[in-house]
Write a protein that binds this ligand. Structure first.
Ligand code: GLC
Length: 598
């Protein structure tokens, strides 16, 4: 999350000045005047120049979208992003009514009897109350655009400054959307609106300084503001121009595609994914990833901080989280893309990339006891295609902790692989997404589950789940994070504990036939999460302490719990977020260590 917020606003050409009171409402509304176009405004100054320049075609497309899905917000909405009043008068943007209510006390929102939304039978009385509370809180986080729900706020913590937690983050919405789809009966409307609204935002011209971002980039987040002059809601989006380090969210487009498939799977409504605008949106996202370049690997080259870990944490290069999401998205598009209009060609490229990517990840990212031993004994400086140590990894670079951490039974996909660099850290998201998308082979999926069981104290401890293991400390923390005071050891992204990850673990456990692991984790969550006020993250080696700067009532902590519960109670919900193994794919050379059975 970014304390120094700035925002790209698109729409029609406009200039705008903020009133003094706006400077206090949220950092994104505070902006700095600039002489040159973009579009990026800084929170520190009180005047703003918001350049709003959607591509004309985007407006037309959006009109088509709205017409087809009957969203009522046609021409008006296409100019929503304009912040310029008639006669060029200054306009004050205020949080829309949906955001304004947030300061209310939430202590009274659990109303027994009215709260039970669905057929999710909680196992215990306290679990049942927690489920009710979670649904109430999730509902309170809904963000409305012209009366329609379009997303969920990142957090509603009345005791902390909003920063950009009052925005709808694409990645954060994923578990919220899933919860609505898994609910019985499902409530797919918010998901559909979200997918169309973010698709509309994708059509904006995205500029940071004088540089224009790729057409397909999806926003990291957006917010709805109420334009009091025009009397209507206005959208503001961030494509990385406000992010720490100014990094675009590579994961957003992938989460969008995966959610589109979940929606289609749940509703069996193919009309959404078949809309020409939606087909185009998918193609634009993939064009960003499938373009020819200098790559010798099928993996996607990324900047640090381009995903859930959105600060410098040494995940630049080819991080497993992005590779797994990329693979998942490719396989979803394979199911949803129509061959017409250039689709056939793209499908062929997708097929080839899927084959190459799964081979690369299954072989070169996989680490278990046997493979660790192989790397430990690697020779270096091997030239030509006969090399065993293809990336010239120097055995001395293997960190000491891996030798202790690696159980005889189990294994995992390591964090990153590039020339002379293997990042041996464990990352939960990448490993679970690899299981759900069948990027990991069934044997590898079983071994990942074995590892979680064997290293329960390290990876789960007192509260699920460690985002990464181990933490960077001392000199390493200084050079890898650049002395990040938020990512100190065992805090936040650096070995912190994130309750939201419970849904991912649960899904991966069910997929690999080990639901009891998830049940154990859910029990731990039920002991504390609600009592602690649904924090964003916990700190400490075992996750005992509420995070230093953690928000309370973090929406994805709430939604993640609900999704985990609904999957345990009705495992068929898993079908919305998992893909079966493609039997035609070649089997990898390296799979699970044969030592697993000892
Ligand atoms: C933090 C997290 C990011 C999340 C955002 C909103 O920045 O690192 O992953 O999307 O908060 O909750």
């Amino acid at each position: 999350m970014n304390p120094a917020s700035a925002t790209i606003v698109s729409g029609q050409e406009s200039e705008q000045r903020m009133s003094p009171e706006e400077q206090h409402s949220s950092p994104e509304e505070k902006s700095k005047s600039t002489d040159t176009p973009p579009t990026i405004v800084d929170e520190k100054d009180s005047t703003a120049k918001l350049r709003v320049s959607p591509k004309e075609t985007a407006g037309e497309e959006s009109e088509k979208v709205t017409a087809t899905v009957k969203m009522q917000n046609t021409a008006e909405e296409n100019s929503d992003c304009s912040s310029n009043g008639a006669n060029g008068k200054m306009i004050v943007l205020k949080p829309s009514p949906s955001v304004m209510n947030l300061d209310q006390s939430f202590d009274s929102i659990v109303s027994p009897g009215t709260g039970r939304q669905t057929g999710h039978l909680a196992s215990s009385e306290s679990g049942s109350m927690m489920v009710d509370e979670a649904w109430e809180r999730l509902r309170k986080s809904f963000v409305y655009l012209k009366g329609k729900p379009v997303g969920t706020l990142a957090a509603i913590d009345p005791s902390a400054e909003a920063l950009n937690y009052n925005q709808v983050f694409v990645r954060d919405f994923f578990p919220s959307g899933l919860a609505c789809l898994m609910k019985s009966p499902p409530e797919p409307e918010i998901v559909k609106n979200f997918l169309l609204k973010t698709l509309y935002l994708q059509g904006w011209e995205k500029r940071i300084d004088n540089f224009t971002l790729g057409e397909g980039v999806m926003p990291a987040s957006f917010k709805v503001l109420y334009d009091s002059h025009r009397g209507k809601d206005t959208l503001i989006a961030d494509f990385g121009g406000s992010a720490i380090g100014r990094v675009a969210p590579v994961d957003s487009g992938f989460w969008w595609i995966i959610l589109l498939r979940s929606y289609t799977k749940c509703t069996r409504d193919h009309t959404l994914s078949e809309l020409p605008e939606v087909q185009r949106g998918m193609k634009l996202i993939l064009n960003l990833c499938l373009s020819d370049g200098f790559d010798t690997f099928p993996t996607l080259l990324c900047a640090d901080g381009c995903s859930m870990i959105d600060r410098r944490m040494g995940i630049y290069g080819y991080p497993i989280e992005i590779q797994a999401l990329f693979f998942f998205a490719l396989r979803c598009v394979q199911q949803m893309l129509k061959p017409e209009g250039g689709g056939k060609e793209l499908i062929e490229r997708i097929d080839k990339r899927i084959t190459a990517l799964s081979f690369h990840i299954q072989n070169y990212y996989w680490l278990d006891f046997t493979q660790l031993n192989n790397i430990y004994r690697y020779r270096t400086e091997e030239y030509s295609h006969t090399a065993v140590n293809k990336f010239n990894v120097i055995p001395d670079s293997i960190p000491d902790w891996v030798f202790d951490f690696m159980p005889l039974r189990g294994g995992y996909l390591i964090g990153n692989v590039s020339p002379a660099r293997m990042d041996f850290r464990w990352f939960l998201v990448g490993n679970c997404i690899a299981i759900l998308s069948s990027l990991a082979t069934p044997a590898q999926a079983t071994a990942i589950m074995d590892l979680i069981e064997e290293r329960w104290e390290d990876l789960i401890g007192e509260m699920p789940l460690k985002i990464t293991y181990p933490a960077l400390e001392g000199h390493q923390w200084r050079i890898v994070t650049g002395c990040d005071p938020k990512n100190t050891r065992w805090s936040y992204h650096n070995g912190g504990t994130w309750p939201v990850l419970l849904w991912l673990l649960t899904a991966a456990c069910i997929k690999s036939g080990r639901p009891q692991i998830a049940k154990r984790a859910i029990e731990l969550v039920e002991q504390r999460l609600s009592k602690d006020g649904w924090p964003e993250y916990y700190d400490g080696k075992t996750g005992r302490y509420i995070g230093k700067q953690a928000r309370k009532y973090q929406t994805w902590s709430i939604a993640g719990y609900l999704v985990a519960k609904m999957m345990i109670e009705n495992p068929s919900n898993l079908l919305m977020i998992s893909l079966e193994e493609d039997k035609k794919k070649a089997k990898p050379r390296l799979t699970r260590s044969t030592s697993w059975s000892c």
